[in-house]
Design a protein around this ligand. Structure first.
Ligand code: ATP
Length: 457
């Protein structure tokens, strides 16, 4: 039997950071040079898990739908795009400097920040704090295109993938032969020079966005907005997040971005509190109208009967990073099994970086070793699996538990007699025997099963 330590929400960001480091999910970037603040590199399991998240998104947003197509636009666009979109003038956060500790803070997030001299206090709380008036700080990273420096060569790293979609609206409308309602989806890196990055991957300067712009007749926009909030919420729950850890919060009027007429955040209860996991915005006709004005190219829908309008846009936008952290926080448990402690990631099999481990009970036994290797070679053609023959079996199980591997197939003495293996379940710890010849189809069927997080003991 196992017992849980603590309640559902008391996992700390430090526990997640430490697991990610220990098991090679995520490393601080440029570590041998002292790192670069809030910048991370992904190791093997991190890459595998990010791939699963991206694939799950693309499956739900493109593969399984008739009305959405994919796009992969450039990171560096013509700078006129960012003038037209309003990002040059308005993609800013309010910044304050502290003249005492020389740190900079987001004026609207002082509650979440720590004073440089007295970390137990908020900036401005201590008598020594000397904050400047807030000024607007543009979050876009600038760069130069080509060899010549100067205003004409200044360009930006994209702060969102959405604009790459809007500027391709006409191409897709014509060539993919679509008409509203239809959507364009893309995943890719975005860059924001955040004033106060932090909380591990939650707020970083370089992150992978997954955005879909859904073009609809203007009158239908409120209906589609509701539809996409629901779809996206269901998608997150389908990845295994516990229902009580996720909520939808409509924005107050003063929170809305410059382009948005309504936005709802899907929030997750991170260790730092309820925070935005994904935003679902009604961007109206703002972007297509702006690009029409600035480029001179009409971005509108013209029907066969002469009907003509600028579609409204509903946009679900999320980063892999915020999903990655939410999934890890949701899945992380420390338990005592028998007399032993174990750390286990109860990840949904769909997003687990490794789906199954193949373990010969005694690695020196050539019969067991051969069976294990053959099974591993068969499974790896179709699934992300691991073969591990080093150390005691209990330790090998715990290594797999810690990276969230849902099942382990163990080859033992009985395998040599009757060609069966044991399947160990990560969550229930139940073991059953199945024929070695049926393992691949067993695993395939198990991965198809709907999954929900096991109830806490
Ligand atoms: P916040 O208010 O937290 O700064 P935002 O409202 O500016 O976020 P959006 O512009 O709506 O964020 O971006 C869409 C999505 O991209 C967010 O819901 C989030 O999942 C992700 N995202 C935005 N900024 C970051 C970041 N700095 N690091 C990681 N993910 C991010």
């Amino acid at each position: 039997m196992w017992i849980r330590y603590g309640s559902v929400t008391d996992v700390t960001m430090d526990q997640i950071v430490s697991l990610c480091r220990r098991r090679g999910f995520v490393f601080p970037s440029s570590e041998i040079y002292g790192g670069l603040s809030s910048t991370y590199d992904y190791g093997h399991y991190g890459v595998l898990m990010k791939n699963e998240i991206r694939q799950a998104w693309l499956r739900a947003m493109v593969q399984e739908r008739d009305d959405i197509v994919a796009l992969d636009s450039a990171v560096i666009l013509n700078p006129a795009v960012w003038e037209a979109s309003g990002h040059v003038a308005g993609f800013t956060d309010p910044l304050v400097d502290c003249r005492t500790c020389k740190l900079r803070f987001r004026a609207d997030k002082l509650e979440d920040s720590q004073c440089g001299k007295r970390p137990s206090k908020k900036p401005g709380e201590d008598a020594q704090c000397d904050l400047t008036e807030a000024r607007q700080f543009n979050l876009m990273f600038q760069t130069q295109v080509g060899a010549l420096e100067g205003a004409s060569s200044t360009a930006f790293l994209r702060p969102e993938t959405a604009q790459g979609i809007f500027i391709n609206f006409k191409n897709v409308l014509q060539l993919a032969r679509r008409k509203p309602p239809f959507g364009i989806a893309q995943t890719g890196k975005s860059f924001r020079n955040e004033i106060t990055p932090g909380n591990f991957l939650f707020r970083v300067r370089e992150f992978e966005q997954m955005e879909m712009e859904f073009f609809v007749p203007p009158a239908d926009a409120p209906k589609w907005h509701e539809y996409w909030i629901e779809q996206r919420l269901d998608w997150h729950l389908g990845l295994g997040l516990r229902r009580e850890m996720v909520r939808v919060r409509p924005h107050e009027a003063e929170e809305l971005s410059h382009y948005s007429s309504a936005t709802s955040d899907i929030e997750y209860l991170y260790p730092i509190g309820w925070q935005e996991l994904e935003g679902v915005a009604n961007r109206g006709d703002y972007d297509l109208t702006q690009h029409t004005k600035s480029s001179g190219t009409k971005l509108e829908f013209v029907g066969q009967d002469g009907e003509r309008y600028v579609p409204y846009v509903i946009e679900p936008a999320v980063s892999i990073e915020r999903i990655f952290v939410a999934l890890l926080c949701d899945a992380y448990h420390e338990e005592v099994v028998g007399e032993r402690e174990r750390t286990v990631l109860r990840l949904s099999p769909r997003v687990a970086p490794v789906k199954a481990a193949v373990l010969p009970l005694i690695s020196k036994d050539t019969g067991m070793a051969t069976h294990a290797r053959n099974l591993f070679e068969e499974l790896r053609k179709r699934f992300s699996v691991e073969h591990d023959d080093s150390g005691q079996i209990g330790r090998r199980y715990r290594r797999q538990d810690e990276i969230g591997t849902p099942w382990a197939f163990t080859i033992d003495e009985q395998t040599l007699e009757d060609e069966t293996v044991t399947v160990r379940d990560r969550d229930s710890l139940a073991q059953e025997r199945i024929p070695i010849s049926g393992v691949a189809s067993w695993l395939s069927a198990a991965l198809e099963q709907p999954w929900s997080p096991p109830a806490a003991a």
